[in-house]
Design a protein around this ligand. Sequence first.
Ligand SMILES: Cc1cc2nc3c(=O)[nH]c(=O)nc-3n(C[C@H](O)[C@H](O)[C@H](O)COP(=O)(O)OP(=O)(O)OC[C@H]3O[C@@H](n4cnc5c(N)ncnc54)[C@H](O)[C@@H]3O)c2cc1C
Length: 383
Amino acid sequence: MHSGKQYDVAVIGAGVFGVWIAYQLNRAGRSVLLLDAYGPGNSRASSGGESRIMRLGYGPDEIYTRSAQRSLQLWQELFAGVASPSPLFHRTGVLWLAREPDAYCEATLNTLKRVGARAERLTRNELGERFPQLNFERIDWAVFEPDAGVLMARRAVQAVAAAARANGVDYLEEAVAGPITSRNLRTTSGTEIAAQHLVFACGPWLPKIFPDLLAERIHVTRQEVFFVGTPPGNNLFKAPHLPTWVDFNDFVYALPDVDGRGFKIAIDAHGPEFDPDHGQRIVSAELTNAVREYLAQRVPALANSPFTETRVCQYENTSNGDFLLDRHPALENVWLAGGGSGHGFKHGPAVGEYVTAMIAGTRVAEPRFSLATKERVQERKVY
Ligand SMILES: Cc1cc2nc3c(=O)[nH]c(=O)nc-3n(C[C@H](O)[C@H](O)[C@H](O)COP(=O)(O)OP(=O)(O)OC[C@H]3O[C@@H](n4cnc5c(N)ncnc54)[C@H](O)[C@@H]3O)c2cc1C
């Protein structure tokens, strides 16, 4: 960064939203400064995990299915130009475990077909034959998305940041001091930032930076992730033998062993409120036991396998789970980009395109991404 340089846009936050916004703005011809307090894909960031599910299915919400479809294409285009020792996307397929009746999975299948995405309906018998590693008790059928898979999250964010920098985006590893009350920006070490537009893509930190506006509109919750060791010399828990799968009726999702990290499993229900700077990232006995119980039931071969790694991360939830991609209501030229709500990672590329077009004034705002649709919630339900 050149001291005193005037930028078209400063993007604060180099998580998946920020790096893709910076990348797309640069491609649209803007001069861009990207800042992060801890670095792209750092271990406190919501994007800092090992892996994230890249699915197209979203029940009846075609807006997210189309966004994921577009994003998958852009992720793959970017990865094609990256020299990486191991893939940044693994096409494991994603399996949706369904009950009878299951309106959400029915809608998922219909939406996938409507947008031209490949999707199969599997019967309980077919599931048992194809995936004998899993016990399908209480499952009646499933949707299989063969083109979906797993993004290597932290490395993918770093790859986008590196591509953006190679294209001319300047990067500064400094923290912006909140709360923000005017469009004049200064980092905690005193660097003044001069930019026509400011985009705050600070994920779970947004409520700290804009407390009056967002403290009750974005709730940050503690989420725990477990990696389970698989038997030696056994490929049954790797793709293509085992796909990624979601069992949202039981608030559980799981990923096959990718890159030798182990079989990954997590409970998707929202945990207690969490501070992304100071929260301790050690998993709880309560969720450790809950995961053990679930494994014993659904993946009996791993019931007694050791946990090889654990992680504590956080969701930044809006009242309705929709992203917040909007202009600040009082500060002209300040933009808010966040509210990933536990499903945002895959959409980074489409979010980058959306924010770039909004700043250019070349697209109509999507009401679901507006601040106006985000309710203030004081008492948050833990479930
Ligand atoms: C356990 C877990 C599992 C998930 N699974 C999936 C999944 O399978 N699929 C999926 O699509 N999504 C998933 N998500 C959601 C997804 O990871 C998030 O929605 C997404 O990563 C949010 O990205 P972000 O850029 O908004 O925020 P972040 O990644 O948190 O980035 C914000 C950045 O802002 C920086 N920052 C903050 N404050 C300042 C400041 N004052 N000055 C400078 N920099 C600052 C931080 O250092 C950070 O790097 C999951 C999330 C979690 C926690």
